[in-house]
Design a protein around this ligand. Structure first.
Ligand code: PRP
Ligand code: MN
Ligand code: MG
Length: 185
């Protein structure tokens, strides 16, 4: 954790905060998807940690799949162009799709996925996002469920990365500005 202290400025959401979010959202989703068999689609790689905790709080007959879409590459700023790195294996036609995301920033990634599954004939397409970074939104996309809003800070941990690192930090922290500066020069 000396290594972690070197890169994290402060903790934003503790492990308890996150579990509380998952419990609240899981309870809501259990009610809203009662009697349905939702296809929960996790967006790789960032959503993995949130998805595993969230779905264990959902008492519904769900199925899981994953899609890897990327607009950031290894960088920290969106290229603006979203591409499918690895597609879902499931036919989404007539399915109630619930996309799970760690964070929505510009909204481009989420918008791309929602449009994709709607085009493929899903019965419904909704999303459950841990963090909603509204200040960075550049595209209009509805977020049906989210854990918390966040300000315009660079957050890492609990799935969220900087240069594909730090995803396994168990809480959400704000990256020290000097770490970012060190790499963008
Ligand atoms: C991050 C994050 C979201 C997306 C949000 O993914 O996990 O999926 O960016 O940004 P946006 O709203 O501006 O599109 P990233 O592309 O970095 O891939 P990763 O999940 O593998 O880290
Ligand atoms: Mn992602
Ligand atoms: Mg990323």
């Amino acid at each position: 954790s000396d290594d972690i202290n070197r890169i994290i400025d402060h903790k934003l959401f503790s492990e308890d905060d996150i579990q509380e979010m998952c419990k609240r959202l899981g309870k809501q989703l259990t009610e809203d998807y009662a009697g349905k068999k939702p296809l929960v689609i996790g967006a790789l790689k960032g959503a993995v940690y949130f998805l595993t905790d969230l779905t264990r709080e959902m008492d519904v007959e769900e199925q899981l799949d994953f899609i890897d879409v990327s607009s950031y590459g290894d960088g920290f700023e969106s290229t603006g162009k979203v591409e499918i790195v690895s597609d879902v294996a499931t036919d989404v036609k007539d399915r109630d799709v619930l996309i799970v995301e760690d964070i929505v920033d510009s909204g481009l990634t989420l918008k791309f996925m929602k449009d994709l599954f709607k085009e493929r004939g899903a019965k419904s397409v909704k999303c459950c996002v841990m963090l909603n970074k509204e200040a960075r939104r550049t595209t209009d996309v509805e977020i049906e469920y989210y854990g918390s809003k966040v300000g315009d800070e660079f957050v890492v941990g609990y799935g969220m990365d900087f240069l594909n690192m730090y995803r396994n930090i168990p809480y959400v922290g704000v990256l020290k500005p000097e770490i970012i500066e060190k790499y963008i020069k």
